[in-house]
Design a protein around this ligand. Structure first.
Ligand code: A3P
Length: 384
């Protein structure tokens, strides 16, 4: 870089020396000319050096951001993921919480030796763990894993691989514990976490608000009847002697009274839970993603998410293909794998046959709650 700058300063020196030698000057004039000459050379050199340094630094930063996104312990995170149960500017990113959050934690000495971190340190970039800027709070069995896996294709999004359950199960462990479960990020990257049970747990809205009232919230929702069947299918896959869906969803064996205490039914009353969140967060901080559309047109929904997060639209149609055998969109490559693949076998299961009479009764049950939800969100999801 120095050689380049010096080379670019040479023409100025040559011109000045020709000019100086062609004039017969008194020694005083000659001294002044020499001072001007040296000053010009100095400024020319400094300008070129600065310009080249700045170009080189921005190129390296962008390469390193991709490097960090692509190489940070992807396999562990994805394995955890497969096993788990279930203002739009970048200025707010990597910020500590507003209420007593511990400061960001930089890479510890045990990691310092890793070539990736050495490279980052050489560039003056210290990766550190931050509390999340964005949470996927639910809704369970609506496509939350698909959303996370799709959005984390973006080089400016880094996510905790498994569900941390901080705000519902581990709150007493404190924010320092929570931050320790976050991935390393560099400046400008968004930290994200998904735990679908946050949406329905009473204390969580207030706790998230206390961590950071500017937290952005992503919520995937799908037809509550399909969601309930999906929830049941997952539970039945873990318990051999599970009763039939129809026996669990209704009281007294007939379809007249819906069992609203049964989890898979209860969670589908979205309006009830949303009202709690709206006590703490304005609607503008919430983004609702259609679970149905996430399957039919993932690029469209991920486009909306990128806009909402103030990100460049990097994840597009070219990242997805439809796997006819599985019946779901899959990825050409991801953080973890460079070959085409679908989500794990626990996502996109075959559902058992449910009596159409039971389905119709459940649709009738949900209709007023769905309408209330459309009213609160300002979106008509058109569930049957
Ligand atoms: P099923 O397995 O019952 O079909 P969650 O990740 O919140 O647990 O949601 C799981 C649901 O995500 C799946 O339920 C499936 O319908 C849905 N889904 C959405 N996109 C998917 C995808 N690309 N691959 C697999 N499942 C997907």
């Amino acid at each position: 870089m120095r050689d380049t700058a010096a080379t670019s300063a040479q023409p100025a020196m040559i011109v000045m020396s020709i000019w100086c030698s062609s004039l017969s000057l008194s020694s005083r004039s000659l001294a002044i000319a020499l001072v001007i000459c040296v000053t010009l050379v100095y400024f020319s050199y400094s300008f070129n050096a600065c310009l080249l340094a700045s170009i080189s630094r921005s190129l390296q930063q962008s390469n390193l951001r991709n490097l960090l996104a692509l190489t940070s312990s992807p396999r562990n995170e994805t394995n955890n993921a497969a096993n788990s149960s279930s203002s739009n500017s970048s200025s707010s990113r990597n910020s500590s919480s507003t209420t007593g959050a511990p400061p960001a934690q930089t890479v510890t000495s045990s990691l310092d030796g890793a070539p990736k971190y050495q490279l980052l340190r050489q560039q003056g970039l210290r990766p550190s763990r931050h509390l999340p800027d964005t949470l996927i709070i639910g809704v369970k069995k609506s496509g939350t894993r698909a959303l996370l896996e799709f959005i984390r294709l973006h080089p400016d999004v880094r996510a905790a691989g498994s569900e941390v359950h901080f705000f519902d199960r581990h709150y007493q462990r404190g924010l320092r514990w929570y931050r320790h479960h976050m991935p390393y990020t560099i400046e400008g990257q968004i930290t994200m976490e998904k735990t679908p049970s946050y949406f329905v747990t009473k204390e969580v809205p207030q706790r998230v608000y206390h961590m950071n009232p500017a937290t952005k919230l992503l919520i995937v929702v799908r037809d509550p009847v399909t969601r309930a069947i999906s929830d049941y299918t997952q539970a039945a896959s873990k318990k051999a002697d599970m009763k039939l869906f129809e026996q669990l969803a209704f009281v007294n064996g007939s379809y007249s009274v819906v069992d609203t205490n049964w989890g898979p039914v209860k969670i589908g009353v979205y309006a009830r839970y949303l009202e709690r969140w709206l006590l703490y967060f304005p609607l503008s901080q919430l983004l609702f993603i259609s679970g149905e559309r996430l399957i039919m047109d993932p690029a469209y929904e991920i486009g909306r998410v990128q806009d909402f997060l103030g990100l460049k639209r990097v994840v597009t149609e070219k990242h997805f293909y439809f796997n006819a055998t599985k019946g779901f969109p899959c990825l050409f490559k991801s953080e973890a794998r460079s070959t085409p693949h679908c989500l794990g076998k626990t996502k996109g299961r075959n559902h058992p046959h449910i009596d159409p009479g039971a389905i119709e009764r459940l649709r009738e049950f949900y209709r007023p709650f769905n309408n209330k939800f459309y009213q609160l969100t300002g979106i008509n999801f058109a569930w049957p």
